[in-house]
Design a protein around this ligand. Structure first.
Ligand SMILES: [Zn+2]
Length: 350
């Protein structure tokens, strides 16, 4: 039998549980377009978003809107911070200050909404940090104080960008995001890779406003697409370090790793490693991948494994790079938020 140069692991195979396929080229999964590209629907944000111009009644929030209590895991201390200062520090820590003003405003409203919803939900302290409902790490949402930002980015950054961040926060500081009268938990992430994810496919909850939507303006994002390459030996070694019982070696690897299920948006949900079925997230962690939207290919000639990922982060809610793209394409912060959070309203709070 003629030996073929390339194999592609079945993780590539879009059809569920298809047996291992041996093909000659990588064309099996197009390289130039995201594998989720086919899922992009005709839905246009313009159609979904109706501009609501009339004055809205402020919603009363059962929460002191002046200050936030934040746990700093580095110092193990609790800090009380005026909320606008906190939101400025979150916007600056979570989003590049070079981003479009409307994206920064959308981030500011999302960060404020998240802070308030966490405070309402975990008034007595978050189960993971009982001293406060929020922490300064990415566990909740990253926060850096102005002196910390100056340390990291330098004085010229502060001169150039701080007033822009202040404007994004102060011009939106009366607003929060609601669904059906309730303040929402607005998850966000760096880059979706072309389409955001349904929350129920990532976390063990289902929320009506965290549905999969297209995210069409992300192509410029640095982590839109990424490739990790390693020798077949290293790949097998890593797999065996975690799945010690797996009967996998260099020669049978293409038969022993099989895609079981992808989510509706193309992210890997379940993979079989020999006889064990694991979450796509486990492989993401094991190989430190940017997301679970990945394909694995094997090249026998070059003796390498290539893992290609789309997007960065969990993929749920607002894509920050998508928000920047929408801003550059003339959308305002309300349109951005209503695009990524299905069926929500942006309302004044008091
Ligand atoms: Zn936290």
């Amino acid at each position: 039998m003629k030996k073929l140069g390339f194999y592609i692991l079945t993780v590539l195979v879009i059809t569920i549980l298809l047996p291992t396929v041996i093909v000659k080229t990588f064309n099996f999964v197009p390289k130039e377009t995201p594998s989720i590209g086919v899922a992009l629907e005709k839905e246009t944000p313009e159609e979904k978003i109706e501009q609501e111009k009339e004055e809205k009644e402020p919603v009363e929030i059962n929460y002191d809107l002046e200050k936030v209590k934040v746990y700093n895991p580095k110092t193990n201390a609790v800090e009380i911070i005026p909320i606008d200062d906190y939101i400025k520090g979150v916007v600056a820590a979570e989003m590049p200050a070079e981003f479009h003003m409307e994206a920064l405003k959308a981030q500011a409203v999302a960060a404020r909404t998240y802070a308030i919803s966490r405070n309402l939900k975990f008034e007595e302290g978050h189960p993971d940090h009982k001293l406060a409902p929020l922490c300064t790490g990415i566990h909740c949402q990253a926060y850096l104080s102005l002196p910390q930002l100056e340390d990291i980015h330098g004085e010229s950054w502060v001169k150039k960008y701080w007033s822009k961040i202040e404007e994004a926060v102060e011009s939106t500081n009366h607003l929060a995001i609601f669904y059906d009268g309730e303040i929402i938990e607005p998850l966000y992430h760096s880059t979706s890779g072309g389409r955001t994810e349904n929350v129920k496919d990532v976390f063990a909850i289902d929320l009506p406003y965290l549905k999969s939507v297209s995210s069409p303006y992300e192509e410029g994002a640095p982590r839109f697409r990424n490739t990790v390459t390693m020798s077949i030996d290293d790949f097998v070694k890593k797999i065996k370090s975690k799945y010690t019982m797996a009967n996998i070696d260099k020669n049978n690897v293409h038969e022993k790793i099989k895609l079981i299920e992808r989510t509706a948006t193309g992210r890997v949900k379940k993979v079989a490693i020999d006889t064990q079925v694991v979450d796509g997230r486990e492989l993401r962690d094991l190989f430190e991948l940017n997301s679970t939207n990945f394909t694995i290919s094997l090249d026998r000639k070059l003796n390498i494994i290539e893992i290609e990922t789309y997007g960065f982060g969990h993929g749920v809610g607002m894509s920050q790079w998508g928000a920047n793209g929408m801003g550059k394409n003339g959308k305002n912060f309300e349109e951005i938020l209503k695009h990524y959070y299905t069926g929500v309203e942006i309302l004044p709070i008091k």
